[in-house]
Design a binder for this molecule. Structure first.
Ligand code: GTP
Ligand code: MG
Length: 219
C-alpha cells in the first residue's frame, strides 16, 4: 500500500518537475527577447537622435490560462502538444511612437539570425472588425540549456501608443462585461479606435514633415 502511494507521489513530483522546467524555458526565452529589444532601444538612444521604442512589457501565461486555452481549443493536455500549439505562453509587447516604427522594429527583429519568423498577423494594415490594431509576430528563438537547446515560441505584439491606449481600455471593458459588451458601447469603442487611427496618421504626418525639415537643414 505504502509503495503505491509512494509511486504516485513520485510520478506527481516528476510531473511537477517537468512542468517547472517547461515554464522555465519560456521565462528564459522572454529574457532573451527582452535583452534583444533593450539592446535595440539603447542603441537607438545613443546612435540616433530619436528612440522609437516607448516601452516594453512582457508576461508569461499562467499555468491555469495555458490549461484553459488548451482545453478550449481541444488540444491534447500534454507538454509536447502545448509546446507546439500554444504559441503565446511567452509574450512581449513593444509600444512605439509612430506607425512606421512598428515595421522598422519588426524588420530589425526579423533580421536577427537566431530569430525564426513563424507567423505574422498584421492587424495594422487589416484591423479587426472592432477596430483593434497591432502587428503580431510569432517568432521562435533557441534557448541554450545545460544539456539541450530548446526552440521556443514567443508572441511579439508591436503597436503605437494610441493603439496601446485603445486596446488596454477595450480589454478592461471586455472583461468588465465578460465578453458581452452592450451594442452601443461596442460601437463607441469602434469609433474610438477610428479616432486613434486618425491620431496615429496625423502624428505620422507631422513626423514626416519634421524629418524632411531636418534632412534639408543638414545640407
Ligand atoms: P488568443 O487565443 O487570444 O491568443 O488569440 P488568437 O490566437 O486568435 O491570436 P490573435 O493574434 O488574434 O490575438 C492574440 C492577442 O492579441 C490577444 O491575446 C490579445 O492580447 C490581443 N488582441 C487580439 N484581439 C484583440 C482585441 O480585439 N482587443 C484587445 N484589447 N486585444 C486583442
Ligand atoms: Mg493570446
Amino acid at each position: 500500500m505504502a509503495t503505491i502511494v509512494e509511486n504516485e507521489l513520485d510520478s506527481l513530483k516528476n510531473l511537477k518537475d517537468s512542468f517547472v522546467r517547461f515554464m522555465m524555458t519560456y521565462k528564459f526565452a522572454l529574457e532573451e527577447v527582452n535583452t534583444k529589444i533593450n539592446i535595440l532601444k539603447q542603441e537607438f538612444q545613443y546612435a540616433d537622435d530619436y528612440n522609437p521604442i516607448e516601452h516594453i512589457t512582457s508576461r508569461l501565461k499562467s499555468p491555469e490560462s495555458i490549461i484553459n486555452k488548451a482545453y478550449r481549443k481541444g488540444f491534447d493536455l500534454t507538454l509536447s502538444s502545448i509546446k507546439e500549439n500554444i504559441r503565446d505562453i511567452a509574450g512581449v509587447r513593444i509600444t512605439c511612437s509612430f506607425i512606421s516604427d512598428i515595421y522598422k522594429i519588426s524588420r530589425m527583429l526579423q533580421n536577427q539570425k537566431d530569430i525564426k519568423l513563424i507567423e505574422v498577423k498584421d492587424y495594422v494594415k487589416n484591423p479587426k472588425p472592432n477596430g483593434y490594431r497591432s502587428l503580431h509576430l510569432i517568432i521562435q528563438i533557441p534557448v541554450f540549456m545545460s544539456n539541450r537547446v530548446n526552440d521556443v515560441y514567443v508572441e511579439v505584439q508591436i503597436r503605437t501608443i494610441a493603439m496601446d491606449f485603445w486596446s488596454s481600455l477595450e480589454h478592461k471593458i471586455y472583461y468588465k462585461y465578460s465578453g458581452e459588451i452592450p451594442k452601443e458601447l461596442k460601437e463607441e469603442l469602434t469609433e474610438a479606435a477610428f479616432s486613434a487611427l486618425k491620431l496615429d496618421e496625423k502624428m505620422e504626418n507631422i513626423h514626416d514633415q519634421v524629418n524632411k525639415i531636418k534632412k534639408h537643414s543638414q545640407f
